[in-house]
Structure formats: C-alpha cells, structure tokens
Design a protein around this ligand. Structure first.
Ligand code: SF4
Length: 249
C-alpha cells in the first residue's frame, strides 16, 4: 500500500503511529512584579500559595487549647499581647474554676486577676472577661452567640476575636483573622499593601476562596513562625520563593 499523500513515511516503511500530545501540566503562577498583577492572576497565585502551605503544614490549626466556644473566647481575650503557650498554661485552672459564662460572670475580679496575671495586662483582661461573661448571661442566656454582629457587641471582643471564635469554634468562615504574622506575610507575598488589619482583611477576602478563610490564617501563622520570620525571612528554604515578589533568592 502506498503511503498516504502528505505522509512523511518513505515508500516501503510504515508510517509512525500518531502520538497524542502530552497532557498539559497546570501552569505554575508566575512571580509577580509589584503592581503588575491582574486580579485573576493574583487569585490563581493565592490558590497555589494555599495549596503549597496545606502540603507543608497539614496539621495547621489554632494553637489555643479549648473545648467549646466559651473557652475559646476566654483564651482569645487572654492571648492579646501574649503567647498562646502562656495562655495555655493559665486556662486549665481558669476553666476548671469558672467552667461557664455564668460562673465567670459572678467571679470576684481580684480572683480572676490573680489567675491570669502572667498573661500581662491582667486588669484590663479581667474587665473584658467579666464584661463579656455578664453580657453573654444577660443578652444570650449564657450561650456564646454565633454571629459577627452579636459577638463584636460583647465587651472586650473585636473583629479579630470574633473571627477566631466563628471560624474555629463554630466552623463559620465569616472573615480572616489578621494578626502580626498574617500582616507580614500578606505584604511580603504581595497580596496587600495595607498595614491596618481591617483593610488587610478586606483585601484578602477578595482573593482567598471563602472555604479557606479560617485555614489561611493558620497557614500564614505557621509559615511566619517557621520560615517567613520577622525581621529576616528564610527565602532559601521557602516553598513559595518562586511565586513570592519579596523572595531574596
Ligand atoms: S520567599 Fe521569603 S519573603 Fe516570600 S514568603 Fe517565602 S520566606 Fe517569606
């Protein structure tokens, strides 16, 4: 049989079977130049950042110890200007003695102050704890509310604490917790140019998929503690160095 027209096979030789083109690998987002990234490209890059950090830190979760929303709201109030490790040393005795908002609402301030002294700012924190507990008893029948609107009306509870409680105790992705690590990483990764927590959160919620709103904070906090440290990031060991505009490698 003569070769077909257009075939490059020589007479007498069989035409090589056509190979299907190799499957395309998903493109790795490029490292952006500052100010030159489209919104779509940024969304793709943030998805890649989150995927890589999930692989790197599969166990990333909140490091405060708690068993219910009441315990988490107390631990989060105590964690202001204090390490989570220190808070976790103080809370077991506190939760044992005041196991519900009702118990805490009736506590004597000096007793609470003594128990939380080592977390710093213990007088203000005691005021917040007792104010929060009394408001929960008076307005919510002793149950921690599960909406942003109600939570931020409690004494001592701001948007950050409310986001922590909603995301980690109720499983509600209502916003993104912005702390010092999230602030630093979001800026270094070129996801925001803001330093104010509320504005950073507004930038992040536009590009982070909603189902990742709670996890992204844990991932950034873990990466910030382990690799993207302040003041000197360890870019040579960073899994994001090829897609980070601040990479030093
Ligand atoms: S490449 Fe460097 S600056 Fe960028 S996230 Fe990694 S450690 Fe941080």
């Amino acid at each position: 049989m003569s070769p077909r027209r257009g075939s490059k096979a020589k007479p007498g030789k069989k035409a090589a079977p056509k190979r299907s083109p190799p499957a395309k690998k998903p493109a790795v987002p490029k490292r952006p130049r500052r100010g030159r990234e489209t919104a779509r490209a940024r969304k793709e890059r943030v998805a890649e950042i989150i995927a890589r950090l999930h692989t790197e830190y599969p166990e990333a979760r909140i490091s405060l110890d708690f068993d219910n929303p009441y315990e988490l709201i107390v631990a989060t109030i105590l964690s202001a200007q204090c390490t989570d490790e220190r808070v976790n040393m103080v809370t077991p005795a506190l939760f044992k003695r005041f196991s519900t908002p009702d118990h805490l609402a009736g506590a004597r301030p000096e007793v609470v102050e003594d128990m939380i002294r080592s977390t710093g700012f213990f007088r203000n924190k005691t005021k917040s704890l007792l104010g929060m507990a009394n408001a929960v008893v008076d307005r919510h029948e002793g149950r921690i509310p599960n909406t942003m609107e109600e939570l931020v009306r409690l004494p001592g509870v701001g948007r950050k604490t409310a986001n922590v409680v909603l995301g980690n105790a109720f499983g509600i992705d209502e916003g993104i917790v912005v702390d010092t690590h999230v602030t630093r990483l979001s800026n270094r990764l070129g996801l925001t140019r803001q330093q104010d927590a509320v504005k950073i959160e507004q930038d992040l919620v536009k590009i982070v998929p909603r189902e990742e709103w709670t996890d992204v904070a844990h991932l950034f906090i873990h990466h910030g503690r382990a690799v993207c440290k302040a003041p000197t990031p360890r870019c040579a060991q960073c899994v994001l160095s090829d897609i980070c505009p601040s990479s030093r490698v």
